[in-house]
Design a protein around this ligand. Sequence first.
Ligand code: NAD
Length: 527
Amino acid sequence: MVELQYTTLEDIEKTHTTLRNGFRSGKSKSVEYRKYQLLQLAYMVKDNTKRFEDALAADLGRPPFESHFLEINSSIMEARTAWANVDKWAKPERPPFSINATPMRPVIYKEPKGVVLIISPFNYPMWLCISPLAGAIAAGNAIVIKPSEATPHVSALFAELVPKYLDPELIAVVNGAVPETTKLLDLPWDHILYTGGGRVGRIVSTAAAKHLTPVSLELGGKSPVFIDPNCDLETAAKRILWGKVVNAGQTCVAPDYVLVPRDFQDKFVSALKEVADKFYPESTSAPGIYSRLVTPQAFNRIKGLLDNTKGSVALGGETDAATKFISPTVVKDVGVEDSLMSEEIFGPVLPIVPVKDVDEAIAFVNSHDHPLALYVFSRDATYKQKVISSTQSGAAIVNEVVIHPGIDGLPFGGIGPSGHGYHTGKYSFDMFTHLRSSMDSPSWIDKILGFRFPPYNSKSIKGASRLLKSLPPRPVGPPRLGAANGAATKWWGKWFFLAFAVAVAGGLTKRVKILGALVPGVNATRS
Ligand code: NAD
């Protein structure tokens, strides 16, 4: 067991000053400089893959595969994606053409916010540091990362490697627990990203408010699964059980509980048991095949929820305090007031909550906090759409679990009590970027906008009115309520559009050919 060296309160203050000066030096404004740091970040992970794998195994008892699939590879990819795209992301943007505004040369500069703080949790201690760090570097900030004290091996590795690979004038690691994080939160930052539970999220928001610091909160909550009997049962059971047992259920987007029609419960539980037998032909207590809970406190909390359930254990239920082990567990006939429904489980226990029908399931979810993820397993387009359009959640995922934060181009974030703000890929860059509006207005513009200057008279109002765009006709009757915004585009709509585009292009080609034949010298279809 490694002894994690906590940063002294004095050094925290010094680090803050060093980074503030580093940021003011202006070197991070250079995109080339950022790309260098991003590549260094990717190589920091690549060169030390085995050490990260071992640190994750020591902290979470993780099988190496889970660390590679869920953290090591995706950390390298986040740094690489930022490196490959930062030129494009950081380019100034011009707003759309406007006859009134374009002559004043409006432009949006993508500027770093300044000196930012990233506070990360224990459950994916690498990825939840490196992924936002990549975005913050790409955006040109100076950055402090504060990894979780609950994963001392990974946090110590960061403290060793970050100063070796990255510029210490701009990127630093602070290690510690509550006193050190409290000290960090006393200081002024230009943005704080906190990932963790809602209780500490409130402490972070309150501290940030004192300095009017913008905050992004990536929190958790109870992510429900809706089961339609008309689903691919084998796939559903396989994916849901995997989502629950990977990292021993310590995943913010793990399926927390399952809502299933009462008369389908036994069939669904049998399918889960079959999958469990295939996943783990040996006992999950054997080392190296299945993760452990992070701390004795985490183990005791989840064991307490399990001990107090009024449901019946249909699978697993074995525990061992000495090794912080809880086997993959399924509990059926769980009531909505059960201990397992009282808080986010964040462990490998899956409660099955029988309901009358999908309406009861929707009403239950809507009477609780908006979850970080909501899962639907169904083959029926109407069922899927009904669940998605009647609920709110950070993400709404159909026939899949857990992997959506790794899908290129999808923002990752919660809503309401599951958090606010989005990260991964370009969304991380955006989180740490200030959109600085600018314009450079020539003197001759006053020939058009001169009406704004006093003394005001009737010509002033006429001049201002000329800038107004006319409104469409007043609406007649109440609005037509159609499908929700989120309605998925019908597949045939895209094909119809494609066919239409091909037909138009074909027609144009033909016309150009005819024109080429009629007018000597015009032959646009040479190839
Ligand atoms: P944790 O215990 O590792 O704490 C997170 C961070 O908060 C740590 O760096 C810790 O030092 C700091 N902290 C703890 N107490 C503090 C205090 N009093 N003041 C200031 N800082 C303090 O992690 P956790 O909170 O147990 O994380 C689990 C939660 O995180 C779950 O709810 C999970 O769903 C959520 N989570 C969310 C995401 C996401 O992206 N939305 C990702 C992972 C985890």
